[in-house]
Design a protein. Structure first.
Length: 404
């Protein structure tokens, strides 16, 4: 159970494709006098408007909200943290993201009063944990590992509610983009906890859990295999079959993309043991979101491209291609063709690429729409921009499935 002295931010239970977010303590109701911040904590009246970029907290002793300017040192820590994790461009200013509302991790750590030496681990004494493959040892001295340990404590604590789980998962997502951090998360025991959260009752928790898995597993075979061992493919397949929310489906496909790319063993299990592509096709027919459909056709094209490359290099059988072409994917992908490739260029290109890579499909029923799409691209202004897509469409029309 957490012994909080203060609660500085309320976590939004939302799940977008942008940065992980936290609610800004800015009231939208009322027209109270604008708050004038200083470097000292000041009382906030109910409904009082505040400028962006402040440090806001709730004092649980008095039940009142307070705010002040962010200290220069606090702002520097946020900048250092983002540069350390190489997370890319952001509109983050202090603890506030002007477009997506951000938060800082240190406040949870200070409020929870959990010392890293007291964190319970799910495996052996962490100082003696080694990876069986290459003798890799957990780097206890790093700040990242200390943060991961505290966040894992939040995940394993039975008293953690959805908001705390979302906070911890969102912070982990920042950290596990680094390959070593992702492996440390597994060694500590946190990766299995994240996989288990794919079965959580709260859709937003499932959403963030899938995002952490996707971030950790990208180009990281050790983590990919660990996630498969913990049952991630089963849980993600069930999400596609049982959930109806577009965002949850998109996050599930994102996680699957990271788990299956460059992982032939996981791909084989997903295809034939878990019948995962059947689940994806059913979800694709149910979802009308072009963003979800784009993720699906991009995944199909990438996996088929990898298989084609393996065939060129070693003559490996194209078992994935054979499975997809005999289980309805020719019809499904051609069904996704948009009616306007100028307005939906990226989506159109991904669908056409997937159609080309599904060698042996009969697209005679799509000839008219393909010709219309090609005609529209040729006659539009600056048609040279669409030259590559025009050639791809022409190849489908001519049933020319030479190597791409």
């Amino acid at each position: 159970m957490y012994n909080y002295w203060m609660l500085t931010l309320f976590i939004l239970c939302s799940c977008s494709d942008d940065e992980v977010t936290v609610e800004n303590e800015e009231h939208k109701e009322g027209n109270a006098t604008l708050f004038v911040p200083t470097s000292e904590w000041q009382h906030l009246d109910p409904g009082q408007a505040i400028p962006a970029g402040l440090h806001v907290r709730m004092n649980l002793q008095t039940g009142e909200k307070e705010a002040k300017l962010i200290d220069e040192e606090e702002g520097d820590k946020i900048g250092d943290r983002r540069r350390r994790h190489h997370y890319g461009y952001s509109d983050r200013r202090g603890i506030i993201n002007k477009q997506t509302r951000a938060f800082k991790a240190e406040e949870l750590f200070e409020a929870s009063h959990v010392d890293s030496n007291d964190v319970k681990l799910l495996t052996h004494d962490v100082a003696n944990i080694y990876d069986n493959n290459d003798g890799y040892k957990l780097g206890l001295a790093t700040d990242d590992v200390k943060q991961i340990m505290k966040l894992v404590h939040v995940l394993e604590d039975s008293s953690s509610d959805s908001e705390h789980l979302i906070f911890a998962l969102s912070e982990l997502e920042y950290l596990v983009h680094q390959i070593d951090n992702a492996r440390d998360l597994d060694i500590i025991g946190g990766l299995q906890l994240v996989v288990q959260l794919l079965r959580h009752d709260n859709d937003t928790v499932k959403c963030y859990a899938a995002h952490v898995i996707g971030a950790a597993a990208q180009s990281n075979l050790i983590v990919q295999e660990a996630c498969v061992k913990y049952g991630s493919l089963v849980h993600l397949t069930m999400i596609l079959l049982s959930d109806k929310d577009d965002i949850v489906h998109r996050r599930a496909v994102y996680a699957l993309s990271a788990l299956l790319r460059m992982n032939r063993g996981g791909l084989y299990n997903f295809t034939f043991v878990h019948h995962g592509f059947d689940a994806i096709s059913k979800a694709t027919l149910m979802q009308r979101s072009s963003r979800y459909q784009l993720k699906v056709v991009t995944l199909i094209a990438d996996l088929l491209s990898e298989e084609a490359e393996r065939f060129r290099e070693s003559g490996e059988t194209k078992w994935l291609l054979n499975h997809l072409t005999t289980s309805g994917w020719c019809e499904l992908v051609s069904y996704l063709l948009p009616t306007n490739c100028v307005q939906q260029y990226q989506f159109c290109e991904s669908v056409v690429m997937a159609m080309l890579l599904l060698e042996g499909c009969d697209y005679t029923g799509s000839v008219d729409i393909l010709e219309q799409l090609k005609s529209d691209l040729i006659t539009v202004d600056h048609a040279e921009v669409y030259e590559h897509l025009i050639k791809l469409i022409h190849r489908i029309s001519e049933q020319d499935h030479e190597d791409i």
